[in-house]
Ligand binder design. Structure first.
Ligand code: 57M
Length: 359
């Protein structure tokens, strides 16, 4: 909105020329989202408590989690509200990619909200059926992937990290890859969100990384210099990523150990689905495995645990999956697990960014 209202006035008020710059609008999108969280956060937490939106704590988890009884969930509503308002204020709304990521964050947020609400009304940690949730996730991801596939200026080539000239064209198979990336990332973030700040920390580093990738991919000079695919219009996703980073930091203010609120599936599914969509639009699909390595590690730990548990008729690889519970049961205090996962996430983001030059 601000871009459309104030930039055209730069001919009379020269200062307003600043609104054309993506960097300026990204910074203020972050600040706006952060301030919204500080203003709305306390009210929302009180509201969730009044409505008794308390997270059901499972009995079969680490005993330390029983102390979390009474913590409200669905704090992801705060993240979504801050991101949507800040993006609508600061982004150039004529760019279709902006509406695409807003569609994903709202769509996956709604799926997560229904799941959270069902858990709370049935007072169990089971929500809507796994099949129903997965069907909704796949349907939305497929719709977004098809829109990208039919866009004339969007290619079905996949970027292979470390190889600048290897850009295999998957054709229609790209739609399936894209759907898998979006749904997979949504569920990986969902699995990771099992300790205070454990999901939002790596999400902040991931969105900061894709903020850079979106800026590079949308700038014809920088993308040419780095020899990465130029995707016209992704520069505006820098503003969206800035809003997510600001909202994530704002949410972390309340979700930091000991958490006053959990994000709920409304937060984890929407953040993950949007991160997957950004990886597709910026043509850095495979690199997401490095940037989001913490989410990959958590998901792989579950796959191996459940797979081996079934194959060995009850034996476990980890003390408990996902792997953050394994370290808890090894005696690591919760804050130590969380901060060490954050550190690994920052290292992975730096390595991923470095691959743009190591090609
Ligand atoms: C998502 N949800 C947290 C909160 C958050 C197949 C199996 C691995 C699935 C997995 C599972 O159910 N995952 C669901 C993780 C839950 O957090 C809520 O869910 C939202 C995210 N979707 O926003 O609303 C609990 O996590 C804790 N939490 C915090 N701080 C936070 O900021 O402490 C969350 C956010 C909350 C709270 O205790 O209640 C979750 O863990 O369920 N299942 C598991 O992860 C379970 N693992 C398991 O069953 N392992 C078995 C299997 C694999 C064979 C094994 O290894 O033997 C663990 N989770 C729980 N109890 N709660 C262990 C059992």
């Amino acid at each position: 909105m601000i871009y459309h209202l104030l930039y055209p006035l730069h001919t009379t008020i020269s200062y307003f020329n600043v609104f054309r710059y993506i960097t300026f609008r990204t910074i203020y999108a972050s600040i706006t989202a952060l301030v919204i969280c500080f203003i709305v956060g306390p009210w929302l937490i009180r509201k969730l408590q009044e409505l008794q939106m308390d997270q059901p704590i499972r009995q079969d988890g680490p005993n330390t989690h029983q102390a979390k009884k009474g913590t409200p969930t669905m704090g992801g509503i705060l993240i979504l509200f801050a991101v949507i308002v800040s993006t609508l204020l600061w982004a150039n709304l004529t760019v279709d990619y902006v509406w695409l990521v807003l569609l994903v964050i709202v769509g996956y947020g709604l799926i997560g909200f229904v799941d959270d609400y069902r858990k709370l009304t049935s007072m169990s940690s089971r929500g809507i059926s796994g099949k129903a949730r997965l069907s909704g996730e796949i349907a939305l991801a497929l719709f977004v992937s098809l829109i990208l596939y039919i866009k004339p200026d969007f290619t079905s080539n996949v970027t292979i990290p470390f190889f600048k000239t290897v850009l295999p064209d998957l054709g229609f198979w790209y739609v399936l890859l894209s759907t898998f990336v979006i749904v997979g990332t949504a569920n990986a973030v969902n699995l990771t969100d099992g300790l205070d700040g454990l999901a939002i920390g790596p999400a902040i580093t991931c969105f900061m990384t894709y903020l850079l990738f979106a800026y590079f991919a949308g700038n014809i000079k920088i993308s040419g210099y780095l020899q990465i695919p130029y995707v016209a219009g992704t520069g505006e996703l820098t503003i969206f990523c800035g809003a997510v980073v600001g909202a994530g930091i704002g949410f972390l203010w309340y979700n930091a150990y000991p958490a006053q609120v959990f994000m709920g599936d409304v937060g984890s599914l929407s953040l993950g689905g949007t991160l997957g969509t950004l990886a597709i639009i910026t043509k850095q699909e495979i690199l997401l495995c490095i940037v989001g390595g913490i989410f990959v590690l958590e998901t792989v730990s579950v796959i191996f645990q459940v797979g081996w548990f079934k194959m060995s008729h009850g034996q476990r690889i980890f003390r408990m999956a996902p792997i953050h519970h394994h370290f808890e049961l090894k005696g690591w205090p919760e804050p130590k697990v969380i901060v060490r996962f954050w550190i690994v996430s920052i290292l992975l983001a730096l390595v991923a960014i470095s691959t743009l030059k190591l090609r």
